[in-house]
Design a protein around this ligand. Structure first.
Ligand code: HEC
Length: 174
C-alpha cells in the first residue's frame, strides 16, 4: 500500500466531509455528496488544486495568517447567488488558469467548494458545470477591482445566505 503523504491525508479528509456531515445529520450532507459526485476524476481534481492553488491557499484550504481568503469551511458561502458564483469563476487565478479544459476546471472547483468548503455549503447548491465555466471565463476580473468585488459579494452572502459576519475578514482570527 502506498503511504499517504501529509498532503494526501489532508485531501482524503476533504473527500470524507460528506460522510462526516451525514453522521451528524447536517442539512448540507446530501448537497455536499452530490457536489463531490459530480467530479469526473477526483484524483485529477485534487491534484489540480494542489498544483495550481495550494501554494497560496494551502493544501487544506487553510492559508492564515497570509493575507488571502481562507477557503476551508468558508468558500461555500460564495455559491449564494448567480452573481456570487460568477465572481468565483471570474477571479483572475481561476478564469485565466492554465487548466484550459472547462470540465477539468469545473471538477477542481467542485472539489474546492464541496470538499474544502463543505461546512459552508448552502443546502441545494448546484455543482459548477463546464458550460457555466466557459460562459464566465472570458469575463475575468482585473486585480485592481478585487477588493471592492469581494466586499460586495460577501455582503450578499451574509444578507441572503447566512454567512457569518466574520466572513468579511479573509480568515477566522483565532
Ligand atoms: C499567487 C497566490 C494565489 C494563487 C496561486 C491562487 N490564489 Fe486564489 N486568491 C488569492 C488572493 C490574494 C485572493 C484575494 C483577492 C481579493 O479579494 O483581494 C484570492 C481569492 C480567491 C477566492 C475568493 C475567496 C473569497 O472568500 O473571496 C477563491 C475562491 C480563490 N482565490 C480560489 C483559488 C483557486 C481555485 C486557485 C487555483 C486555480 C487560486 N485561488 C490560486 C491568491 C491566490
Amino acid at each position: 500500500m502506498r503511504a499517504l503523504t501529509g498532503a494526501g491525508a489532508a485531501l482524503l479528509l476533504a473527500f470524507q466531509i460528506a460522510p462526516m456531515l451525514a453522521a451528524r445529520d447536517d442539512p448540507r450532507a446530501a448537497t455536499v455528496a452530490q457536489g463531490l459526485a459530480a467530479i469526473g476524476d477526483p484524483e485529477l481534481a485534487r491534484g489540480d488544486y494542489v498544483e495550481h492553488c495550494a501554494g497560496c491557499h494551502g493544501v487544506q484550504g487553510l492559508s492564515a495568517p497570509a493575507k488571502l481568503p481562507e477557503l476551508r469551511g468558508r468558500v461555500g458561502y460564495m455559491m449564494c447567488t448567480a452573481e456570487t458564483r460568477a465572481y468565483l469563476l471570474r477571479l483572475p487565478n481561476i478564469a485565466k488558469s492554465r487548466i484550459s479544459d472547462n470540465q477539468q476546471l469545473a471538477d477542481m472547483l467542485n472539489f474546492m467548494v464541496f470538499g474544502l468548503g463543505g461546512d459552508s455549503v448552502i443546502p441545494g447548491t448546484r455543482p459548477f458545470t463546464a458550460s457555466e465555466v466557459a460562459h464566465e471565463r472570458p469575463l475575468a476580473l482585473t486585480s485592481a477591482s478585487l477588493v471592492a468585488e469581494r466586499r460586495r459579494h460577501v455582503d450578499t452572502a451574509i444578507r441572503k445566505c447566512g454567512a457569518p459576519e466574520a466572513f468579511r475578514d479573509f480568515y477566522k482570527t483565532r
